[in-house]
Design a binder for this molecule. Structure first.
Ligand code: GRF
Length: 205
């Protein structure tokens, strides 16, 4: 079995990181080798340390600008051997300089059915719009805000939902399955871009 080292970036709680550590880390060759954050106090870093995973924080204030911060972050992730970078609640936009270092190897989980409700507070946006179907998207990261090619999506019908906390409980449960599933698919080489349509992701059986 070939080894597939991955890195996770997280800014906050890290429940998605925990799902990755609990369900894919150490299985099928997948290994979380690094967890990075823009926030030195992110509880996600503590979750990683508890599992013996290398951590580092790259606050913007410690660097001249975003591009320099992202290059330092990319250097560190590559030094740890990461082949895939998973954004799990990473609340910073990555610069082109970073993305060029990990071509088609950065994925994000977003708490809405993209292209609806990109950006911050997606569940609140969806509630304010009055949607009856919510959901989760895992997508490749490009230079836009939640605009990259879609890998997996799952919907949940909540026609009577009024409360963001209630919706988020459903959304998190889906995220904790869908993001590990996407990582497993990528690790076994089952995810590729359609050569005829760069917007379309092909999942091999
Ligand atoms: C998730 O809802 C994810 O979709 C969004 O940020 C949240 C992170 O939650 N991008 P957690 O830190 O993994 O608990």
């Amino acid at each position: 079995m070939s080894r597939f080292p991955i890195a996770v970036l997280a800014s906050g709680t890290g429940s998605n990181l925990q799902a990755i550590l609990d369900t894919v880390h150490g299985r099928d060759g997948i290994e979380v080798v690094a967890v990075g954050s823009n926030n030195a106090d992110a509880p996600a870093l503590e979750r990683a340390r508890a599992r013996g995973v290398a951590t580092a924080a790259f606050p913007l204030a410690d660097h001249p600008d975003r591009a320099a911060r992202d290059l330092a972050l990319a250097d560190w992730l590559q030094a740890q051997g990461a082949r895939l970078v998973v954004l799990a609640g990473y609340m910073q936009l990555l610069t082109p300089q970073f993305l060029n270092r990990f071509p088609l190897a950065v994925v994000n989980v977003h708490p809405a059915l993209l292209p609806a409700f990109p950006g911050l507070r997606a569940v609140e946006q969806a509630l304010a719009h009055g949607v009856r179907v919510f959901g989760v998207t895992v997508h490749f990261v490009d230079e836009g805000v939640d605009t990259g090619p879609i890998i997996l999506q799952r919907a949940v019908e909540l026609p009577r939902a009024r409360d963001a906390a209630e919706v988020l409980a459903h959304i998190h449960a889906i995220e904790h399955e869908l993001l590990p599933e996407a990582i497993r698919l990528i690790a076994r080489g089952a995810v590729r871009i359609d050569p005829d349509d760069p917007r379309r992701v092909v999942l091999d059986p």
